[in-house]
Design a protein around this ligand. Structure first.
Ligand code: ADP
Ligand code: MG
Ligand code: MG
Length: 249
């Protein structure tokens, strides 16, 4: 039984058919790599799932129930969290404000007047510890490195206690140590039964972390395989749509 299923997803932008009948099935407690060349439609598919884009056609099922996700607030209510490819932090705000308030997608900082600050700092500290990050919750986010900011985004997604977590190229600005920390977090989430989508071009990462691989090409669904069944060359061939020719025969 699948935890989350996307079926027949279509999405066009003016002049581009970004998604044409794409499917994806996520199993609980697994990391599902979503692969494809730049522009294949990976981010668009995840933004449709997260309610950032309205899909033109297609269905989403969560535990067999059809759901409609019209915006990120609704996605979070269904237990879906997303670490975006484009960083979305507010540098002038504290780590705690980004992590705690960032979970309300409207980023309503008016909430700062009414929320319990002690609780905000305490909870932020708890979640940072949970993901083994040692930032001061009161530090201004803008004083951190890009990798540290991305790590706060990751902690934010984890703190939502989601059933499904989408990681869209999360490691592009992470140091080696930060990548290791992320993989530890992902392995913990796997043990807790969370279904994850992992978008990355880095083959060594895919080999280490992925259980399943879905490949997309030019907005279409190519197929899904157990990660252990595909070699790097096979993955690349499916991404580009032809066998690789050996340059040095
Ligand atoms: P990937 O994440 O696989 O690199 P994207 O989902 O970002 O690919 O993009 C898929 C296609 O849709 C590309 O041709 C891209 O230019 C187009 N696209 C994505 N987002 C938009 C948008 N907001 N407006 C117009 N075109 C878009
Ligand atoms: Mg891209
Ligand atoms: Mg993308």
């Amino acid at each position: 039984e699948y935890k989350l299923e996307l079926k027949g997803i279509c999405k066009s932008f003016p002049g581009v058919k970004a998604l044409d009948n794409v499917q994806l099935s996520l199993r609980p407690g697994t990391v599902h790599a979503l692969m494809g060349e730049n522009g294949a439609g990976k981010s668009t598919l995840m933004k449709c799932l997260f309610g950032i884009y309205k899909m033109d056609a297609g269905e989403v099922y969560l535990d067999g129930q059809k759901i409609e996700v019209n915006n990120p607030d609704e996605a979070m209510k269904y237990g879906i969290a997303m670490v975006h490819q484009e960083l979305q932090p507010v540098p002038a705000r504290s780590v705690a404000e980004n992590l705690y308030l960032g979970r309300f997608p409207t980023k309503n900082y008016g909430l700062l007047k009414v929320i319990d600050h002690k609780k905000m700092y305490a909870e932020t500290e708890k979640w940072l510890k949970e993901v083994k990050m040692d930032f001061d919750p009161k530090a201004q986010l803008g004083t951190l490195s890009i990798g540290q900011m991305q790590s706060v985004e990751i902690a934010k997604a984890v703190s939502q206690q989601a059933k499904v977590v989408i990681f869209d190229e999360p490691t592009s600005s992470l140091s080696d140590n930060e990548v290791e920390a992320l993989f530890r977090i992902m392995n913990d989430l796997r043990d807790k039964g969370v279904a994850m989508v992992y978008i990355s071009h880095k083959m060594d990462e895919i080999k280490r972390i992925a259980d399943d691989i879905t490949i997309m090409r030019d907005g279409t669904y190519v197929g899904t395989w157990p990660a252990s069944e595909l070699t790097t060359d096979q993955i690349i061939a499916k991404m580009v749509g032809r066998e690789l020719t050996n340059v040095y025969p």
